[in-house]
Design a protein around this ligand. Structure first.
Ligand SMILES: Nc1nc2c(ncn2[C@@H]2O[C@H](COP(=O)(O)OP(=O)(O)OP(=O)(O)O)[C@@H](O)[C@H]2O)c(=O)[nH]1
Ligand SMILES: [Zn+2]
Length: 329
């Protein structure tokens, strides 16, 4: 990647991509909120990337320490954010009752290379019981990932989140459209939430969403945070990330003494035994099979796929179907 830029900046200076859209990026010195605009002209940059300018004013992207990737069907994977330390998995209190959403976000979080942390938003809308239910669901669904309950309306949880982003650290907000990511960004950044006017565009399905990705400094914390556009379909990372989310299921499947076992009804199968004993939740096992199948198929669409991987995807789909048929889930 070599890109000529028309702004005088000292050669060798390391700059960060703090804003990006389809055609241009804004670069700024570390900790700076003012930067300059660079046309992308095909350069593959993501928010959070570090770039270095040489004497000829062409730029070189430094190696990424982490990246949040979205698999695009039929195309190359898209990097949503680079060099992030904490991946905030944002769910609204309402949405947090759905284990499938929690699992997908967890997988995307582990896949990024950043440390995942759930943020349950809009807690002003729910009761203490509802919150406790979500807390225990998260503990069983994604053990080991910490959770913060927040509300931008009542100011709950702000200090807790800011403590995770001291100077030199960057967070990223991952979550479905409408869970309150833009609101969080402004709330953490100290902007009056009521005064927020985001740039919004229509997406291919006519819905409004945030399309510009940006990195914002957090004056009250020292670090920074990246907003990603509304993710209507949250990807789920690679099969290995899915397997870390479903670690206990993976361990059971590995412990099964039959090679090529469908883990559906065979006597002596470790998975069947755990299901029968009530140690493994049938719907969790079904989600494990279908999520893994989807991750294998995606691996095929982002260009890294081999026939073998696609076959593996089909095999998991078949197992998921068979499991539903036999168990009625
Ligand atoms: N009750 C309540 N509503 C909130 C809170 N935070 C955000 N909302 C509302 O939730 C809606 C969505 O908020 P946004 O911040 O635009 O959500 P988003 O995740 O950025 O959505 P996209 O830009 O489409 O990705 C808005 O109507 C907000 O006013 C909160 O803490 N409590
Ligand atoms: Zn088995």
């Amino acid at each position: 990647m070599a890109e000529t830029i028309d702004v005088a900046s000292p050669a060798g200076e390391t700059l960060r991509v703090i804003r990006i859209d389809r055609t241009a990026a804004v670069l700024a010195a570390d900790g700076d909120t003012d930067g300059f605009l660079v046309p992308l002209r095909g350069a593959e940059l993501a928010v959070g990337d570090w770039v270095q300018l040489d004497a000829e004013q062409s730029m070189r992207r430094l190696e990424r320490t982490s990246s949040v990737v979205r698999a695009k069907e039929g195309g190359a994977a898209q990097v949503l954010a680079a060099n992030v330390d904490v991946a905030f998995l944002v769910v609204s209190l309402e949405e947090a009752h759905r284990p499938g959403v929690l699992e997908r976000l967890a997988s995307l979080g582990w896949e990024s290379g950043a440390v995942p942390h759930y943020v349950v938003t809009k807690c002003d809308l729910g009761s203490a019981e509802e919150r406790a239910a979500v807390g225990s669901l998260i503990e069983t669904t994604a053990p080991g990932i910490p959770t913060s309950f927040v509300s931008a309306w009542t100011d709950e949880g702000r200090t807790e989140l800011l403590a995770l982003l001291p100077a030199g650290r960057t967070g990223v907000l991952l979550g479905h459209s409408g869970v309150g990511k833009s609101t969080l960004l402004n709330w953490l950044g100290g902007t009056d939430v009521a005064a927020v006017g985001e740039v919004r565009e229509r997406d291919s399905k006519g819905r409004h969403t945030t399309t510009v990705r940006s990195l914002r400094m957090l004056p009250d914390a020292g670090g920074s945070i990246v907003d990603t556009p509304g993710l209507r379909e949250i990807g789920m990372g690679s099969p290995s990330a899915v397997q870390s989310v479903f670690a206990e299921v993976t361990a059971l499947a590995d412990a099964c003494r039959f090679a090529d076992c469908a883990h559906v009804r065979d006597a002596g199968c470790a998975v069947t035994a755990a299901l029968a004993a009530g140690e493994l939740d049938a719907s969790r096992y079904r989600r494990y099979l279908s999520t893994l199948a989807e991750a294998r198929r995606n691996e095929g669409t982002v260009g890294r796929g081999t026939q073998q991987r696609r076959d593996k995807g089909r095999e998991y789909s078949r197992l998921a179907r068979e499991f539903r048929r036999v168990r009625g889930h």
